[in-house]
Structures are given as structure tokens and as C-alpha cells.
Design a protein around this ligand. Structure first.
Ligand code: GLN
Length: 199
């Protein structure tokens, strides 16, 4: 069994855990404090409200522990608010949160008229079939650095990116029936698990 954590301070935690637990050989666990990170081979930062989650990360003294694990090479995946937590810069905001991915994101980028919407896209790195994409008050990536791979664009805007062992999506695969993003992330966690036990 491979253990993958979901940051469980706020937001769409259960949906991610359910998707992880639907995969063979994967066990999803809630991460609420630094000690919960010990058994995990990967961490999902869920959607929710990035300001609230950023504040809770500080209050629960989790930022440093998560950053240390990311720096060691542990795969991390941020969805929606989680993408905002990973971004180096947030348009219109002075400071970011974890700031580990070389991207600039705009919060609530689609504006109130297009609060939530669904579409689908072919993302060959992740699945051979089109993947359903659900956006809820979503950010998008305004700028991505040279080391960032763009996995998906919708209407010309970057909505999924990868940089080394870090993945970020503006949309919510956990709110669809599709498991392909969770499978893709679990494969990264499995590879890291093998690597770190051989280090
Ligand atoms: N709009 C939220 C934020 O800025 C993100 C929304 C979401 O995660 N669904 O934090």
C-alpha cells in the first residue's frame, strides 16, 4: 500500500480521499499536523479558500514541514486554491504562501459572471481520453517560468502545470468521476517512494 496525504485544514478534502482510496494499492490519509506527513509519499493541497488555508497553514505550523518535504522531492499536487498556495506569485497580492512553483496565478480569474463551469480537454500526459474539468471560482496561470511544463490550456489560459515533482490544476478532478489525475499523481508518488527508499 502507498500512502498519499490530503491537507485537511479546509476545503474539498473528502472528495480527494475518496478518489485516492478508489485506486488500487493507494491509501488516502488526512494531514492536519506535521506528524501526519511522516508516512506520506505525496501530498494533495485541495481546493477551498486559499486565504483561509494559508492562514491555517501558518497557525498549525505546517508550512515549514510541507516545504521541507517538497524540497526533499515529495510529489505535491495543488487543485484550485491548492494551486494558489504553490504559486510563487499571486497577481495583485504582495506575498504568496508556499511559493514553490515558478508560476504567477490570478485568483478568481474568470470573474463572477463565470463563477463555475465545466468543460473537457485532452491532456495526453495524463489520459488517452478527454478529461472532464470542473472550475469553481478558479484561478488560472498568467505566467509560467521556463522550468514549468504546461499540461493544459482552456480558452488560451493555462489551467494545468507541472514543474519537476509539483503539479497544479486550476480545476477539480476530485469533483468528477474521472480518476485519471489521481492515478497520474499516484504514479509520481510511487516513483518517489521507490527513489527515497533507495537513497
Ligand atoms: N477562489 C478560491 C481562492 O481564491 C479558490 C476556489 C477553489 O478552490 N475552488 O482561494
Amino acid at each position: 500500500m502507498l500512502t498519499i496525504g490530503v491537507l485537511a485544514l479546509q476545503g474539498a478534502v473528502k472528495e480527494h480521499l475518496d478518489h485516492l482510496n478508489a485506486l488500487p494499492q493507494i491509501r488516502g490519509v488526512a494531514v492536519k499536523k506535521a506528524a501526519d506527513l511522516a508516512p506520506v509519499a505525496g501530498l494533495i493541497l485541495p481546493g477551498g479558500e486559499s486565504t483561509a488555508m494559508g492562514k491555517l497553514l501558518r497557525e498549525f505550523l505546517l508550512s515549514r514541514a510541507i516545504l521541507d518535504r517538497i524540497q526533499e522531492g515529495m510529489p505535491v499536487w495543488g487543485t484550485c486554491a491548492g494551486m494558489i498556495l504553490l504559486a510563487r506569485t499571486i497577481a495583485g497580492q504582495e506575498t504568496g504562501y508556499l511559493g514553490v512553483m515558478d508560476i504567477c496565478v490570478r485568483r478568481n480569474a474568470y470573474g463572477s459572471q463565470l463563477d463555475s463551469f465545466s468543460t473537457e480537454a485532452l491532456i495526453p500526459a495524463v489520459s488517452a481520453a478527454p478529461v472532464p474539468l470542473v472550475f469553481i471560482r478558479a484561478p488560472y496561470v498568467e505566467e509560467a517560468g521556463a522550468d514549468v511544463t504546461v499540461l493544459a490550456k482552456v480558452d488560451g489560459h493555462i489551467v494545468a502545470v507541472e514543474q519537476d515533482h509539483m503539479l497544479a490544476t486550476a480545476f477539480h478532478p476530485e469533483l468528477t468521476d474521472d480518476l485519471s489525475f489521481h492515478r497520474y499523481f499516484a504514479a509520481k508518488a510511487a516513483a518517489w517512494n521507490v527513489l527515497k527508499t533507495n537513497l
